[in-house]
Design a protein around this ligand. Structure first.
Ligand code: PLP
Length: 392
């Protein structure tokens, strides 16, 4: 099988990931706990080491504010419901974009439908970029949160997170960046981008296993329990492996948001993914993915049998591009690639219906091709030949 579905989850994982998981499971897989036996303490230490690695990778200030999540969706729900959820009071305004994944769009829409928030969904241009000025214009005195994706998971286009973060900070609005498509491959700086809430999965470009992710909670989200009513509310509550005496979540990060036994085995694998990346030149990894995208665009954009969506400048993409083949539904093209050529791509709406409405590709969607760091030029040639044969 040739795998071009890295935007959904990366495959293969980084060398060392499965070994680290197997070793942790075989040797150290106790339930972590700060005050427990030595195996529990060792498991907790592995979590803390990984928090530190992730905090450094994203230029954060305080590893205790690196909260583990089960995936990108979990981290985003933690952020969105934490800021805007039922305990936060009614009437807040949130700004998002048409490029968002359903893990952003759905929680926000559900709150808007319930009358709990006002929601503005800013559009993008034909190339697939959101104008930071449009975000600026959408801000009202009630705006509490701006949530945007760092790169579209449909088009692959990288958004100007620095400019949007600046707008948010200047207006005292919390800025949540969904780095699902960028974390690990595009530089993400919590400090330089003025990010208040950084949500990311561990299983995409961080090259870790599924079941992992994180939310970094910046200092503009005050620690709970200091009398400031503006702090994040936990949307998942339960055991925290430490202080069991408090009637509600202990008012200390990261445990405040981390109810339940964490995916220690997965996090051991995620740590190995981050270790692998720390030894690579990630500029080269991104350049490799962009070179593969550039070749797809070069071949297909000038061929009448194909449509390439969004920007044709591969340097503005992560390793993702969306196409359609004339005369084929996206789902049929995907099935043919799978059945006849053993090539994995992702047809359909990619959990981003508003993006497809904007592109005019709703409801059948597009064929998304997403190369990763381990794809070769030879594999891409096989894909391009297959597309040529299908298109006739
Ligand atoms: C832009 C974007 N945000 C959020 C998510 C959700 O991440 P997860 O699948 O880890 O829940 C995805 C997943 O594809 C995504 O592409």
């Amino acid at each position: 099988m040739i795998y071009f579905d890295n935007a959904a989850t990366s495959f293969p994982k980084a060398p060392g990931v499965s070994e680290a998981m197997a070793a942790f499971l075989a040797r150290d897989a106790a339930n972590p706990g700060r005050a427990g036996h030595r195996m529990a303490v060792a498991a907790e230490r592995m979590l803390d080491d990984t928090r530190l690695k992730l905090t450094r990778l994203f230029d954060g200030a305080d590893p205790s504010r690196m909260v583990f999540a089960l995936n990108g969706t979990d981290a985003l729900n933690m952020a969105i419901k934490g800021v805007l959820g039922p305990l936060a009071g009614k009437g807040a305004h949130a700004i998002t974009t048409v490029l968002e994944h359903n893990s952003v769009s759905r929680p926000l829409q559900a709150m808007a439908d319930a009358g709990a928030i006002e929601l503005t969904r800013v559009t993008c241009d034909d190339q697939g970029f959101v104008d930071p000025d449009d975000i600026h214009k959408a801000i009202t005195p009630s705006t509490k949160l701006i949530v945007i994706t760092h790169a579209s998971n449909v088009l692959g286009t990288i958004q100007d997170a620095v400019a949007i973060g600046q707008v948010a900070r200047e207006h005292g609005v919390l800025f949540c960046l969904d780095a699902a498509q960028t974390a690990g491959v595009v530089p993400v700086s919590i400090e330089q981008m003025n990010i208040d809430l950084l949500a990311f999965p561990g299983h995409k470009s961080l090259l870790g296993p599924t079941g992992t992710g994180g939310l970094y909670v910046g200092e503009h989200c005050p620690a709970p329990g200091n009398g400031d009513t503006n702090h994040l509310r936990p949307w998942r509550e339960g055991g925290t492996g430490g202080d069991s005496s408090t009637p509600t979540q202990p008012a200390i990060y990261p445990y405040y948001l981390e109810g339940g036994t964490p995916n220690t085995v997965g996090i051991a694998g995620l740590a190995a993914g981050v270790d692998y990346l720390s030894k690579q030149d990630t500029t080269q990894l991104l350049a490799h993915e962009q070179a593969l995208v550039a070749k797809i665009i070069e071949r297909l954009a000038s061929d009448d049998r194909f449509t390439v969506y969004g920007s044709l400048d591969a340097t503005k993409h992560v390793g993702t591009v969306s196409i359609n083949i004339q005369g084929y539904e996206a789902s049929d093209a995907g099935s043919i690639l799978d059945d006849s050529f053993e090539i994995a791509v992702r047809p359909g709406l990619h959990c981003a219906p508003y993006a497809h409405r904007r592109l005019g590709t709703f409801p059948s969607g597009t064929v998304r091709i997403s190369p990763g760091p381990f794809n070769t030029e030879g594999e891409l040639d096989t894909l391009l030949d297959a597309l040529d044969q299908i298109a006739g």
